[in-house]
Design a protein around this ligand. Structure first.
Ligand code: FA5
Length: 336
């Protein structure tokens, strides 16, 4: 009978720490206890069998308890200090198993690289700004209805989360003035998040990314701008493209244009299907003057476009809201 007690103690201790507690029902010690039954006299079998049954029930409940705490451990306890187990079962995360960059970050870097290779300096735009940079220095007359066109948010203190990256123009122009005076040129892009208080749908977000370009020299022309933009789009989409422009109004450029590309057949486009990609134009003389640059001596061009729509075309994404949805299913597609 001592043997049953020893086996019970031994097995309960092993179950409590086992990763596969049910396997312990197969240990030889238990089998030996069952085998004893056959050797007993018939009148002894009843009492012995009862003890064996109690032992089985006890082990069964200890095993169930251990199994459920193992399940809890699997869900709850991640030892963040442990080295990554390269032989372990892969978790169902993004492909590197360690997190990845968001597709918008990757594509934005792609855009920045193309422009920096062309000789543009890159600077991140601000995420909080003021009325002066959002409107006044961009030649929006006070109380002009064009100000309403941007659906700007405002804080209670009257700060503005910028509705476009053009808020960086005045800063970039002022900072580049000395370069012009030394006979050089200003060539900068400014990229970052922008915010608009607008109704969202498949092509409109309240928070999205823009990339702005500014070029100023004593000889800048609209033709140079169109060449620069075409070259950017052809590099980004990896093929030659047809482009066209149509007049558009932005207070900070004159003339102002909308720049469109013909949707490439490789991306599902039909001939004559034009996609408007960005706003652009020659920098308004008032905008140059407000940054202390003489519009009689220097001229420049600027453009500003959305990153999401650029990426949507590249990958055939039908809804802009996927980007900020946090859906792993969407994000994984970029790493297949
Ligand atoms: C502007 O924001 C001007 N600042 C562009 C500009 C810069 C013109 C410099 C001239 C010189 P617009 O509001 O059209 O213009 O927006 C420019 C681009 O941002 C659009 O072509 C589009 O790609 C993107 N965009 C605008 N609103 C949204 C939105 N709600 N969601 C996603 N992308 C948007």
């Amino acid at each position: 009978m001592q043997n049953i007690d020893d086996t019970r103690k031994d097995l309960l201790a092993r179950i409590a720490v086992s990763d596969a507690p049910r396997e312990l029902l197969k240990v030889p010690e238990l089998k030996q206890l069952y085998d004893v039954i056959k050797t007993l006299a018939p009148e002894e079998r009843g009492a012995y069998g009862k003890q064996i049954n109690e032992l089985k029930l006890l082990l069964e409940s200890a095993i169930t308890e251990r199994e459920s705490s193992l399940e809890d451990l699997a869900v709850e306890s991640i030892d963040i200090s442990a080295p990554w187990d390269v032989n372990g079962r892969p978790l169902n995360l993004l492909p590197t198993e360690q997190g990845t960059q968001h597709p918008l970050t990757l594509e934005l870097e792609n855009v920045i690289n193309i422009f920096t290779r062309m000789g543009f300096e890159a600077i991140e735009s601000r995420q909080i700004d003021d009325d002066d940079h959002m409107f006044a220095t961009l030649n929006f007359p006070a109380n002009h209805p064009a100000r309403d066109g941007y659906d700007t948010f405002r804080t209670e203190e009257n700060f503005i989360p910028p509705a476009h990256t053009s808020t960086m123009q005045n800063r970039i122009l002022k900072a580049g003035k000395s370069k012009l005076e030394a006979g050089g040129q200003i060539a900068s892009i400014s990229y970052g998040r922008v915010f608009r208080n607008e109704d969202i749908d498949a092509t409109h977000e309240h928070t999205f990314y823009q990339c702005e370009g500014i070029f100023v020299s004593s000889t800048a022309t609209l033709g140079q701008m169109l060449g620069t933009l075409r070259s950017f789009f052809e590099t980004y989409y990896g093929q030659s493209l047809k482009i066209k422009t149509q007049p558009a109004y932005f207070p900070f450029v004159e003339p102002g244009l909308e720049f469109a590309i013909e949707k490439p057949a490789a991306l599902g486009g039909k001939p004559g299907e034009w996609l408007e990609m960005l706003g652009c134009g020659m920098i308004h003389p008032n905008v140059l003057s407000m940054a202390g640059i003489d519009p009689q001596k220097y001229r420049g061009f600027a453009w500003g476009g959305g990153i999401e729509r650029l990426v949507m075309l590249k990958y055939g994404i039908e809804d802009i809201r996927h980007f900020e949805s946090g859906k792993l299913q969407f994000l994984r597609k970029f790493y297949e």
